[in-house]
Ligand binder design. Structure first.
Ligand code: RB5
Length: 146
């Protein structure tokens, strides 16, 4: 099974640690791109590093998970990396649709906006969903080409 890349800034640190532990407890191999404490860090640096790894090594990573205070900053940063489709999610339907319709390869979450159990449900929905191809294929291709 491929690995999951996970990363956060200080605003998402506790959520990232929670999700990493849950994923490991369910047998998933997780690569942690930091941060490693609640001390302030620059979220673009962590988001770029993780997004570049996910984009460059699809054979190694299934997906990425990025957390910051709101999930917004890491989403903006990750989506600047070619080949990345990062989806900021706040509900399970969106998390599933992000995979099924948008073929998202990173989910972003807010550590200051989202409870841990809801976040886990969203990650479970995201990881369990599959891209539906069909009419969504050309739209996602257009995103990749842009
Ligand atoms: C850090 O204080 C905060 O700005 C960051 O975690 C994130 O919410 C940015 O989008």
């Amino acid at each position: 099974m491929k690995k999951i890349a996970i990363g956060s800034d200080h605003g998402g640190f506790l959520l990232k640690e929670f999700l990493r532990c849950r994923l490991e407890a369910t047998g998933r191999q997780v690569v942690d791109f930091g941060c490693s404490s609640p001390d302030p860090v620059e979220y673009p640096e962590i988001a770029f590093a993780l997004a570049k790894a996910v984009a460059a090594h699809p054979e190694e990573y299934d997906f990425g998970i990025l957390c910051c205070g709101t999930g917004i900053g890491v989403s903006i940063a990750a989506n600047k990396v070619k080949g990345i489709r990062a989806a900021l999610c706040a509900d399970c339907f969106s998390a599933r649709m992000a995979r099924e319709h948008n073929n998202a390869n990173i989910i972003t979450l807010g550590g200051r906006t989202t409870g841990t159990e809801l976040a886990w449900e969203m990650v479970t929905a995201f990881l369990g969903a599959k891209f539906q191809h069909g009419i969504h294929e050309s739209r996602v291709e257009a995103l990749t080409k842009a």
